[in-house]
Design a protein around this ligand. Structure first.
Ligand code: HEM
Length: 441
């Protein structure tokens, strides 16, 4: 139903025709609160104001903060929204970047997104990535044996970088260099100032090398392997029938490599959960991995990773009786929605018995976005994420022996992205003796 040129989104029969008032934060600007409260910022605001829709200002820009399933459906599904101009450039340049699928809408988005679905949601391709990960883990394990201790978060990033590069068809990359560059992109995305600029500078070097690789493949200088992400991206055609500009192809290749490496953060949180949830750890160590998927999903729900997502209206819209003018900035609380007691009773307790699943289309379980993956900005990498996490749980429990020495495992919720402070130190890491490793399905 349209009201003048305002588009009505969703069904809201009982709301007043003149529009519902959006509760307003009384502060002139809430940027300092965002810095100090981090992941809890939107939830704190919503709780204080007694509403899941609250207007405030960040860096003096008007923003409406939203929480909950219905707001999730708005940001993942409604027309009249764009991601362009929705994220600070310091975050955008280190993550999705300009020209990427996330910056597109409509037919252009659907066609580019189909390429990602082919790469990320094909079972055979995902299985091949998991096998690369397993091989790299086993190789690293022989090196870890000679170390007194390792920092899991850093080591697993290297393991995943090697696995992702080989799987994606990115050969001849000096492994340490690209691993460090990608790690910095993820680690510094939430920071501002020199550390962020340095990471952006290093990223432009990575992009340049990947662009050259795309050109070499197209020019026949590199032997093509049609099963790789490199091949799919290099020869993907846009709605106008043209190949992607090489620099956009490099950005999209990085949009496959970087998030695979980012899964290492969830793997670190999974190791932390295994350390704390000893019953689950013993069950998995016995070789019974049937519920490893449920465990991984609860790690995705409870661990802080992507705090919010954002969009901007491209025209006036009316949603649940609220009226948003064109160019309204909207911030959706992903972390708060997955930590809301109305959706997940006792939300700060780890309970793998919740039996969550990325494939279940639960509008409250949105750690990587929500809605119909092919048509919205929902992450296409959930299958990869969960399969890599399941394999990591199996490797940690069935193939690896280690001790967890005393360390600071606290997680600061005002550091973006969050991590256990120590990065999860493991001691006396060695292959687990006497077990024939069962392979997960
Ligand atoms: C570490 C685990 C991951 C997290 C926390 C995560 C989180 C997210 C979130 C929240 C979005 C939605 C952004 C928005 O609303 O605009 C997203 C989009 C996206 N993710 Fe992931 N992701 C992860 C893993 C992956 C993986 C493994 C891949 C691919 C290999 C991937 C590729 C993408 C792409 C291409 C988009 C843009 C989709 C679009 O705009 O249509 N992600 N991710």
């Amino acid at each position: 139903m349209a009201t003048g040129d305002t588009r009505e989104i969703g069904t809201a029969p009982d709301y007043p025709a003149e529009g519902r008032e959006i509760p307003r934060d009384s502060r002139i600007d809430a940027s300092m609160a965002l810095l100090s409260e981090g992941y809890r910022f939107v939830s704190n605001l919503c709780d204080q104001m007694g509403s899941d829709v609250v207007a405030t200002r960040l860096r003096l820009r008007e923003v409406v903060c939203l929480r909950g399933a219905s707001a999730g459906r708005l940001l993942y599904g409604a027309e009249g929204l764009t991601r362009v101009g929705a994220m600070p450039s310091t975050v955008l340049h280190l993550l999705q970047d300009k020209g990427s699928v996330q910056q597109l809408e409509g037919e252009a988005h659907r066609q580019r997104k189909a390429m990602f679905l082919d790469i990320c949601m094909d079972e055979a391709r995902v299985k091949a990535l998991v096998e690369e990960f397993r091989r790299e883990w086993r190789e690293s394990l022989t090196a870890w044996e000679h170390e007194d201790r390792i920092v899991l978060q850093q080591e697993v990033a290297h393991v995943l970088t090697r696995a992702a590069c080989r799987w994606a068809g990115v050969r001849n990359e000096p492994e340490d260099r690209i691993a460090d560059e990608i790690f910095e992109m993820i680690d510094k995305a939430g920071s501002i100032g020199p550390r962020n600029w340095l990471a952006q500078m290093r990223r432009s070097g990575t992009e340049k090398r990947l662009r050259r690789l795309v050109e070499q493949l197209r020019g026949g200088e590199v032997v093509p392997d049609s099963a790789t992400a490199l091949h799919a991206i290099a020869f993907h055609r846009e709605p106008d029938g043209k190949l992607l500009d090489p620099s956009v192809a490099a950005v999209e290749l990085l949009n496959v490599l970087r998030p695979v490496v980012a899964v290492g953060r969830y793997i670190t949180f999974a190791a932390l959960a295994l350390h704390r949830e000893t019953n689950w750890r013993e069950l998995f160590r016995s070789g019974n991995l049937e519920l490893a998927g449920d465990f991984a999903e609860e790690v995705r729900r409870i661990s802080p990773f992507f705090p919010f997502t954002a969009a901007v209206t491209t025209r006036p819209i009316r949603w649940e009786g609220y009226e948003f003018p064109a160019d309204q900035w909207l911030l959706l609380d992903l972390y708060g929605t997955t930590h809301d007691a109305r959706n997940f009773p006792d939300p700060s307790r780890f309970r793998a018995e919740r039996m969550l699943s990325w494939s279940g289309q639960d509008d409250c379980f949105i750690p990587q976005g929500g809605g119909e993956v092919a048509l919205t900005h929902r992450c296409p990498g959930e299958m990869i994420t969960v399969e890599l996490m399941k394999e990591a749980i199996r490797l940690l429990c069935c193939e690896t022996e280690y001790e967890v020495p005393p360390q600071d495992l606290g997680v600061r919720l005002n550091r973006l992205p969050a991590q256990p402070r120590s990065g999860m130190i493991l001691k006396a890491v060695r292959p687990r003796a006497g077990t024939e490793p069962p392979l997960s399905g």
